[in-house]
Design a protein around this ligand. Structure first.
Ligand SMILES: Nc1ncnc2c1ncn2[C@@H]1O[C@H](COP(=O)(O)OP(=O)(O)OP(=O)(O)O)[C@@H](O)[C@H]1O
Ligand SMILES: [Mg+2]
Length: 379
């Protein structure tokens, strides 16, 4: 075979080849689609001498600006690493509705991804029989803490009537629909989100009955493009109603965490969620208890148990699971929730953020034991 002819560039390096550039683009992942550009087939490359032309296709003309910037920087970094490239002409273009719909059909066929036996996502249901104990705050901050540990994390806001996660995460951009079905969930602080709040004005009540709720939750799970996350954290509504039953059906491999405040009376109400998950028609394992508003640390450094003490321990004992987190009461946590800046982002060194980080670490270190395969026949 003849030796490949290489033309030295002005710097004496060999000219880059198209194959080398494509190889480099295999390391560039589309932040919205979570696949590399070569796998997606969305990069067009041509090389003339030491000049490289790349056109990257985007699945929608509403492709988020932040993601486009990330993609731009990743392509530049990848091409920079190829010897001999002196000039890069980089352009982005919408691939058009038909091509996008076709691509999304390949990436995201119909079906319920999280219900499959081989789904790698851990589904964490953050719940409580009691309202106002901090389920949503725990959901957001544990999700961010998991993302800070390098995990790919998504939140489903299943509190359809009382959604609060868009405001807590500070997401005010609606999700983008690609083709006629697939929805790209918006991202903030490293976390993706689906919420009914994207589709109804904040001051309007959601007046739906059970079947509509079930449908909405099912669509969050099937029509949103989650891209194989490590964790799907679900903010549950208070109590033990319809939605919990629907989720148990849609997410059979889920694990539940029960949130309570420390006063013994609160934990008795919180416990109802635990009892519900253990019910024979649901059978979702409760993995742990998270106690919130456990104490307030005064300026004197003393921890004051404003809401009593011991509720978390007691509930954990009753449900026969570990207490996996104790979060102090801190005004900054509420303020952060109000302005869309979780305390794990704004004050990562704080006592409360450390508590969420510890809980996230516990969760990561304790994957559930593999579900048994009911179809297995032993002969
Ligand atoms: N550890 C904490 N320190 C200070 N404020 C907190 C703490 N945890 C929660 N809060 C505040 O208490 C209020 C209720 O919290 P959150 O909305 O998270 O509870 P919830 O259980 O999801 O409520 P709901 O049952 O209404 O969905 C919010 O204003 C929140 O900011
Ligand atoms: Mg809530």
């Amino acid at each position: 075979m003849p030796e490949p002819v290489t033309h030295p560039t002005r710097k004496g390096l060999p000219m880059p080849t198209e194959a080398e550039i494509l190889d480099a683009l295999r390391g560039v992942v589309d932040p919205e689609l979570h696949r590399d550009l070569v796998d997606l087939g969305t990069a067009r490359v041509s090389v003339r001498g030491s000049t490289v032309d790349i056109e990257v296709g985007l699945v929608t003309d509403e492709y988020p600006e932040e993601a486009e910037r990330e993609l731009h920087d990743a392509v530049v970094a990848a091409v920079r690493a190829v010897p001999g490239v002196e000039e890069l002409k980089l352009a982005f273009a919408d691939i058009g509705e038909d091509a996008a719909a076709e691509l999304m059909q390949r990436l995201h066929p119909n079906g319920l991804p999280f219900a499959e036996e081989n789904s790698r996502a851990r589904v964490l249901l953050i719940s409580s029989g009691k309202g106002g104990v901090g389920k949503s705050s725990v959901t957001v901050n544990v999700a961010v803490a998991l993302a800070q540990r390098g995990k790919r994390v998504a939140i489903v806001d299943a509190d359809v009537y009382g959604f609060s996660i868009p405001a807590m995460l500070g997401i005010d951009t609606p999700p983008v629909v690609v083709g006629d079905r697939v929805v790209l969930p918006p991202r903030k602080h490293g976390v993706r989100l689906a919420s009914i709040g994207f589709f109804v004005p904040e001051d309007q009540p959601v007046i739906w009955r059970g079947p509509m709720l079930h449908k909405a939750l099912e669509q969050f799970l099937t029509d949103f493009y989650w891209g194989d996350p490590d964790y799907l954290v679900v903010d549950m509504p208070p109590g033990t109603g319809d939605i919990s039953l629907s989720l148990a059906q849609l997410l059979p491999g889920a694990e539940a965490y029960v949130v309570t405040t420390p006063q013994p009376a609160a934990q008795r109400v919180a416990q109802r969620a635990g009892t519900m998950f253990q019910h024979q028609n649901i059978r979702i394992p409760v993995r742990g208890v998270i106690e919130n508003m456990s104490w307030f640390t005064g300026d004197d450094g003393v921890r004051y148990p404003l809401f009593g003490a011991g509720g978390g321990e007691l509930l954990a004992t009753r449900l026969d699971v570990p207490l996996v987190g104790r979060v102090p009461l801190v005004p900054a946590l509420r303020e952060g929730g109000d302005i869309g800046m979780p305390i794990t982002v704004s004050e990562p060194e704080s006592e409360a953020a450390a508590a969420f980080a510890e809980t996230a670490a516990w969760i990561e270190a304790h994957p559930p034991t593999k579900r048994r395969n009911p179809a297995l026949k032993v002969v």
